[in-house]
Design a protein around this ligand. Structure first.
Ligand code: HEM
Length: 206
């Protein structure tokens, strides 16, 4: 019998790891150019402008907006069904499960603000190009910096812990030892990406 829930879950999982994971890596890579100064970041942003507008828009809609909306909306449905119990059992895995849900909730609010303000309003409505100078001005407020760092940490943890759950969902890691190794490696990746984020965010403040 056709099991819609099974296929929706699998699609949600693939969307999160492959599509949104690639978006996250691209985002961290481009933004890390700020570490090398205004010219490097503006150069990286200008390279993207070389992509013909209709193709770029198609990539934004088909490669980011639709997968993100699907993953986000179906994710809210999954999160509403979850029973969080970190305090009751205290296992690392229970905590990771709960943090996966908490970061998802933070991401819903953060991504609406981030995409809404920078992509839709600033670039889309006012036609102001995103540049190092614009971001430096934006990050004058310590509250904005704090909420952005938390948003990036949430996305990074959510993605990296997602690698562990993805490998279990798809039967890639079957035994407990393999699951522990993947979990350890994905938390190392999480620490590395958070460090890169702190470095490029910090470069706006000095
Ligand atoms: C818009 C807000 C988001 C919500 C509400 C959300 C929600 C969720 C939920 C509830 C899960 C757990 C699914 C399960 O246990 O079966 C999950 C898994 C996952 N999410 Fe998200 N998510 C969001 C954004 C993101 C983003 C931005 C990324 C990538 C950077 C991402 C990547 C992943 C990955 C890789 C998994 C693991 C898939 C698996 O276990 O097979 N998510 N998401």
């Amino acid at each position: 019998m056709f099991n819609a829930t099974f296929y929706l879950r699998r699609l949600h999982s693939l969307c999160g790891l492959l599509v949104l994971g690639m978006v996250l890596f691209e985002h961290i890579f481009t933004n890390s150019m700020a570490i090398f100064g205004p010219q490097a970041l503006n150069g990286a942003l200008a390279m993207m402008e070389l992509i013909p507008k209709p193709i770029f828009l198609g990539l934004e809609v088909g490669g980011i907006a639709i997968p993100l909306l699907f993953h986000g909306i179906y994710g809210i449905y999954i999160a509403l069904q979850a029973k969080n119990n970190p305090g009751r059992f205290g296992y690392v895995r229970n905590w990771n499960f709960t943090l996966q849900r908490w970061t998802a909730w933070y991401l819903v609010v953060f991504l609406i603000w981030h995409v809404g303000y920078l992509r839709l309003y600033t670039k889309g409505v006012t036609g102001t190009p995103i540049s190092y100078e614009l971001l430096q001005n934006y990050f004058q407020s310590p509250i904005v910096v704090l909420l952005y760092v938390l948003g990036m940490f949430a996305a990074i943890f959510h993605f990296c812990n997602g690698i562990t759950t993805f490998c279990m969902t798809w039967g890639i890691t079957k035994g407990p030892r393999a699951q522990t190794v993947v979990s350890y490696l994905s938390m190392c990746l999480c620490a590395l990406l958070c460090l890169i984020t702190l470095t490029f965010m910090g470069s706006y403040l000095i």
